[in-house]
Design a protein around this ligand. Structure first.
Ligand SMILES: NC(=O)c1ccc[n+]([C@@H]2O[C@H](COP(=O)([O-])OP(=O)(O)OC[C@H]3O[C@@H](n4cnc5c(N)ncnc54)[C@H](O)[C@@H]3O)[C@@H](O)[C@H]2O)c1
Length: 355
């Protein structure tokens, strides 16, 4: 069966699952939003790491094609009865929660929808966990909780001042989760990702958002002739080349961090928050250069004004995750990150995966 061989290859060839304990009973992990970009790869890694993932997703943004062979419950996290039902049907050990609306600009146009899905969905999930006495949660947070950074690199101690509804939902969710710890003993790890990027060369899933707002996929789609009039927002930032600097963290490194976080909770009660970035920034111009080099394609870019609320530099200090979780990003070279994404698009013919 193709699915199994893919999973085994992920584990064997990448050596990312070297701590797999084949003796242990397979714990059931509910992956909420597991059909999306980061959630789907984490689902594959969970299976390769001797967990039994069950995906809950409403497929508003996710893709079934990424989950061939996995157990999937089609449900909306904003519907409390469907969420409760999953916890009565399965003996869930822990939850990994990715489900959210994620576009910053859209969150400014439709804030209520964002609070309803992100905050409301998390409340439903926590209530169902409390009812079922499931007390372990890994939560997808975001660098958006920091807003415009006052100091870089950004450590977890940096002031929390989100500048858009999306970032505020992430901060509220962290606070609600922390309250659940105090009230009924939830153990949790919030992972504040910086800019997720790339694809695992051995996995069937990759980055396909609609609309796509992220830089690297848009550059690669432009390189493939699938997109034109690509805009570069902001050329007069106070950075070396005038363009915004971001910390690109590979999706494989993110997926692996979730496995580590689950294991961390087996030995540590309470809650912890970790930044996940590589601690190194690349400017938009550097990423454009990389995309042109990797793809061998010359595509046009239209320079545009700085977008309101776009910080000049977002750079993680990931030392807490490194020291406390023992997490180390394996991908630190921008060309390697871009190439991994390009290979995935090439393999998949630049066609949208099935919804
Ligand atoms: N991609 C990034 O760079 C990045 C950076 C920081 C944080 N994050 C966070 O990581 C998480 C995953 O991001 P992603 O890029 O994989 O996003 P994604 O859109 O690819 O995945 C989100 C998944 O959640 C599902 N979903 C949305 N609303 C739902 C609902 N009401 N009920 C059930 N399922 C629902 C979608 O169908 C999708 O499969 C999100 O919470 C996002 O905020 C992402």
């Amino acid at each position: 069966m193709l699915f199994w061989s893919t999973r085994q290859r992920i584990c064997r060839l990448s050596k990312r699952c070297s701590t797999v304990n084949d003796q242990q009973e397979r714990k059931i992990i509910l992956v909420v939003g597991g059909a999306g970009y980061i959630g789907s790869l984490t689902t594959h890694y969970l299976a390769s790491s001797n967990y039994q993932p069950i995906v809950l997703d409403n497929f508003s943004k996710g893709h079934r094609e990424f989950l061939d062979g996995f157990e999937v419950v089609e449900a909306d996290v904003t519907d409390p009865s469907s969420v409760n039902e999953v916890f009565t049907r399965y003996k869930i050990d822990a939850v990994v929660h990715f489900a959210a609306l994620t576009e910053v600009g859209n969150s400014m146009r439709h804030p209520v929808e964002y609070y309803r899905t992100n905050v409301g969905g998390t409340i439903n999930l926590l209530q169902a966990m409390e009812n079922a006495r499931v007390r372990k949660l890994v939560f997808s947070s975001s660098a958006a909780v920091y807003g415009n950074p006052v100091t870089v690199p950004i450590s977890e101690k940096h002031a929390l001042a989100p500048i858009n509804p999306y970032g505020r939902t992430k901060l509220m969710m962290e606070q609600i989760i922390a309250d659940a710890e105090q009230a009924w003993g939830l153990s949790w790890v919030a992972l504040r990702y910086f800019n997720a990027a790339g694809a695992d060369p051995l996995a069937p899933c990759g980055e396909w958002h609609d609309p796509e707002t992220h830089l690297i996929p848009n550059l690669l789609l432009a390189a493939a002739g699938k997109k034109d009039n690509l805009q570069l927002f902001g050329t007069d930032h106070p950075t070396d080349d005038g363009t915004a600097v971001r910390d690109y963290v590979h999706v494989a490194d993110l997926a692996r961090a979730h496995i580590i976080a689950l294991r961390h909770m087996d030995a540590n009660a309470g809650g912890r928050i970790f930044n996940l970035g590589i601690g190194r920034g690349f400017s938009v111009r550097e990423v454009i250069r990389s995309a042109k080099e990797v793809t061998g394609s010359e595509f046009g870019i239209v320079e545009a004004d700085i977008r309101k609320g776009d910080p000049a530099v977002l750079l993680a200090d990931p030392s807490a995750a490194m020291e406390e979780l023992g997490w180390r990003p394996e991908y630190t070279d921008i060309d390697e990150i871009v190439r991994s994404a390009w290979d995935w698009y090439m393999k998949n013919g630049f066609e949208p995966p099935s919804p």
